[in-house]
Design a protein. Structure first.
Ligand code: NDP
Ligand code: OXD
Length: 316
């Protein structure tokens, strides 16, 4: 059997998690850690990366395939000296399930007025608030890829009316869908907006004042809610804050930010109708990431096509 090709790992994840996952991964494959600056990486053919060192591609000039440590690849496509080789993004049931849990949690939190009840609890106030049901609201999901479709289905199971928008129209049982040119029609029906878009030149800053003003006003929650777990570069944070202050938005749940970590002086931290999580909606399970990468390397070595390859022209 031919010798297995070396793999270089450059994942800026929790070190212990990577070590633990590596202990049971890639049996028989040479694994090189980019964190050792003296290691010769010139023989590496595969790289598994998340926020890699800027000189990785100089140290490893013979790579054949790049594996993203996450579903998003914006962090890779902007790397200096990026080689012209296939980039495989991370698609996995655990990542998808975790994201849908977060999205459903946020939609239910706004439906059931969790931020307002937490405020009342802090103030020892016993007051029942009005209680619409999920069926009284329409959740609009922007981005109907792997994550958006699963979230849409699970929101539907919870009883919400669900509609979705993506560049090309999708057919999803029980969910009305809109294509790229139908954004206005989609927004005018949306009470809770969920962003699950990749960051590309087309989606940069898409969640801005003009977009928020086109969401439905006067729905069962009175004012629309904005939920984003795609990428922070897609939202104009000053516009989010202004829309919340002006009552154009009634609330928000944000997992991603223009600058991460979210600066301590951001007004978003202290807004009572805003839920902030630290880019934690769906963490990559490193063991699953390595299993996935190995399966794809085996395909590649058998001459089979790689799966979930990024289209560099569209940027995702
Ligand atoms: P996919 O590539 O599977 O789906 C992307 C979706 O966005 C597709 O439906 C695509 O449309 C749509 N889209 C892209 N560009 C446009 C555009 N210009 N106009 C309209 N629709 C557009 O990605 P995933 O679902 O796997 O992941 C989505 C994003 O979620 C990732 O890119 C990443 O940024 C983020 N993410 C965040 C995490 C977190 O913890 N916060 C964890 C994991 C991912 P079409 O179907 O027509 O191609
Ligand atoms: C991802 C992420 O893209 O963690 O997977 O944001």
């Amino acid at each position: 059997m031919p010798a297995k090709k070396p793999i270089v790992i450059d994942l800026k994840f929790e070190r212990r998690e990577v070590d633990a996952a590596l202990a049971n991964a890639f049996s028989g494959w040479p694994v090189l850690r980019a964190s050792d600056p003296d290691l010769d990486l010139s023989e590496a053919r595969y790289a598994i990366i998340w926020k890699p060192d800027p000189n990785l591609f100089q140290r490893a000039p013979n790579l054949e395939v790049l594996f993203s440590g996450g579903a998003g690849v914006d962090h890779i496509l902007t790397l200096p000296d990026l080689p012209d080789i296939p980039i495989v993004r991370f698609v996995d049931e655990s990542l998808t399930t975790r994201m849908s849990e977060w999205v459903v949690l946020q939609a239910l939190s706004h439906l059931r007025q969790v931020p307002a009840y937490l405020k009342q609890q802090r103030e020892r106030q016993w007051r029942e608030l009005s209680q619409p049901e999920a069926k009284d609201l329409t959740v609009g999901v922007m981005g109907l890829g792997v994550l958006g479709q699963d979230s849409a289905r699970k929101l539907k199971i919870m009883g919400f009316n669900v509609i979705g928008w993506s560049r090309s129209r999708k057919v999803i049982d029980g969910i009305e869908t809109f294509d790229g040119g139908e954004l206005d029609a989609f927004l005018s029906r949306t009470d809770i907006l969920v962003g699950l878009l990749p960051l590309t030149p087309d989606t940069h800053g898409i969640f801005n004042a003009a977009l928020f003003s086109r969401l439905r006003q006067g729905g069962a929650l009175a004012r629309p809610v904005f939920i984003n777990a795609g990428r922070g570069g897609s939202q104009v944070e000053a516009d989010v804050v202004a829309a919340l202050e002006a009552g154009v938005l009634g609330g928000a749940s944000l997992d991603v930010f223009e600058k991460e970590p979210l600066p301590t002086d951001s007004p978003l931290w202290r807004m009572e109708n805003v839920i902030v999580t630290p880019h934690a909606a769906s963490a990559s399970d490193v063991r699953a990431l390595f299993r996935n990468a190995q399966a794809q390397m085996e395909r590649h070595e058998k001459g089979e096509p790689l799966q979930n390859v990024v289209d560099r022209r569209s940027g995702y």
